[in-house]
Every structure is written in C-alpha cells, then in structure tokens.
Design a protein around this ligand. Structure first.
Ligand SMILES: Nc1ncnc2c1ncn2[C@@H]1O[C@H](COP(=O)(O)OP(=O)(O)OP(=O)(O)O)[C@@H](O)[C@H]1O
Ligand SMILES: [Mg+2]
Length: 277
C-alpha cells in the first residue's frame, strides 16, 4: 500500500519538546512521538530515561513538580496543550494513570470512581453519573465485588485495576498509562494487559503505555519508542522492535551479554530503590 495514500489521524503529537525541572535540570532533549488514533503506543526505556516526565508533560502535571516544557509543541486531539490546564485536558478526553497506582485509600472503591467523575463537570457528551461505572465493572468484575470496601485494603493488582477504572470513568480518547505492571505478579500483569488490549480494541481508546517491561508492552502495542537520556533512540512497529537485536539485548534481556542490563535486573533494582526510599 502507498504509505502516502492515507494521512494518519494522530490523537497525540509530541514535537521536539525540551523539559526542565527547577529551571536547571534538563530531562527531555528534543523528544518527539506520535500516537495514531485508536492505537496502543509503547514508550520504553530504563530508569530515569524520562518516560514519566514525558507523560506529565502531556497531561500538564509537570507544573506540580516545578517542571516546564521550554521548547517544542504538544498537540492533543488537534489542539495545542500549552494553554490548557490539566482539568481541561481531562474534560477533553485525556486521562493519566500515574505511576504507583494513586488511589484514595480511605475511600471505598465506588467512592474512588465517584471522585473521578468530579473532574468531568461541564464536559459535554459524558454525564458524570454512576452509569459509567457499569463499564468499569464489566472490565474489572473484581472491583464490583469489592466496591463497598476501602481502596486501601485492595491488593496491588486490584489497586491498579481501580486506577485504570478511574481513568475509564471519563470515557477518554487517550489514556496515558505509567508502568501498570510495576510490582505485580506475572499472572496479574498478563490479566491487566489483556484488559488494556480489550479496552483498546472494543472502545477504540488510544493508549500511550510507559513500561520497563518491554516484552509485555510490545505484545499488545502497535508501535513503540525507546528512549534514553531524554530522547528517542529507536522507534518502529512493535514487531520490528521486538525483533531488533539491540532491543532484544538491552530491553528484553535476551541474547548477547545483556544479562546484567536486562529488564529483570533493572526492575529488581527499582523495587529495592522504592522500598528503601
Ligand atoms: N520533580 C523532579 N525534579 C527534578 N528532577 C526530576 C523530577 N522528576 C524526575 N526528575 C529527573 O528526571 C529524570 C527522568 O525521570 P523520570 O521519572 O521521567 O524517568 P522514568 O523514565 O520515568 O524512570 P523510571 O523508570 O525510574 O520511572 C531523572 O533523572 C529524574 O531524577
Ligand atoms: Mg517513571
């Protein structure tokens, strides 16, 4: 097929952005990526590469950490984001599921979902009512079973489900997912990634999926980017990346002498780091 024939409809376009924290620490250096509407795009890379920073730049949460987009441009659903507040982006259909499953632990599961509707006030097309919870419970029956229980008592996997469920309440066009696999058993990772793929396939929701677990992310993604030190170093279709010898050695932990730099090692280090902090 002639690649020029069909211009791709992009739900998100990040063009050459520079991000600086505290006016001095430059973390992103000319980062560009695109999410075609209806696709899952994986954003991979090791600790400190700037993956979470990229998502915060897109959702407008950088300001909370004294970070700033100093150059380049971000366009969500056809509109430049620079003048839009985070809550305006949510109303326009952008949801950010942050790293570490931020749920309100002292509220019940259902109250967490209700809280997610508050951000939608004034949005046309999505009534902030409990009706939207049926969709969430259909994807995550476990949350329905636990809906009257405090979120703080959920298991790690259930909290991740709730974090994704909270995003779904807004019926978003694009979900930014920051390491949904973190700290979960392989079985739960598989369950959650299967549901992410189903949400994408059934609802057409686009996803920008940040992961250190490159193999599970590439298994459900259409395309992917690998970033190092604040910029993209390799990109391509998920199949091409999964077959790339460098990706296999450094991010999938197979082949070559990549043992010590494998994903598993990095992940282990990271969990230890969090445990100590
Ligand atoms: N609020 C902040 N202030 C200053 N520096 C920050 C801040 N947040 C992140 N950084 C720095 O920016 C760099 C990228 O961090 P970021 O969290 O984006 O990386 P990441 O790719 O998500 O890493 P990880 O896999 O560990 O989650 C790191 O060097 C980090 O120390
Ligand atoms: Mg991160």
């Amino acid at each position: 097929m002639d690649a020029r024939a069909a211009p791709t409809d992009l739900v998100l376009e990040v063009n050459n952005i520079e991000v600086v924290y505290n006016k001095v620490v430059q973390v992103l250096r000319g980062l560009s990526l695109a999410v075609p509407r209806g696709q899952i795009v994986a954003l991979l890379g090791s600790n400190g590469a700037g993956k979470s920073t990229t998502l915060k730049a897109v959702s407008g949460l950088l300001a909370l950490e004294d970070g700033e987009v100093e150059g380049g441009r971000i366009v969500f659903d056809g509109a430049p984001t620079e003048r839009l507040a985070p809550q305006q982006l949510v109303r326009r259909g952008l949801s950010h599921v942050m790293e570490g499953r931020r749920v309100f632990e002292d509220l019940t599961v259902e109250e967490n979902l209700v809280a997610a509707t508050y951000a939608l006030t004034g949005r046309t097309g999505v009534a902030p009512t409990s009706r939207n919870f049926d969709d969430v419970y259909a994807y995550f029956p476990r949350l329905h079973e636990r809906r009257k229980g405090l979120a703080g008592y959920l298991s790690g996997g259930e909290q991740q489900m709730l974090a994704i469920g909270r995003a779904l309440v807004a019926q978003p066009q694009l979900i930014l997912l920051d390491e949904p696999s973190l700290g979960l058993s392989p079985k739960l990772v598989e369950d959650i990634f299967t549901i992410i793929a189903r949400i994408n396939a059934e609802r057409g929701t686009s996803m920008l999926l940040v992961e250190q677990n490159a193999s599970v992310a590439l298994a459900i993604a259409h395309t992917g980017y690998i970033m190092e030190s604040g910029k993209v170093v390799i990109d391509g279709s998920a199949e091409r990346l999964a077959a790339d010898p460098d990706v296999r050695e450094f991010y999938l932990g197979v082949g070559g002498s990549g043992e010590s730099r494998s994903f598993r090692e990095l992940k282990h280090y990271k969990r230890r780091k969090r445990w100590l902090s």
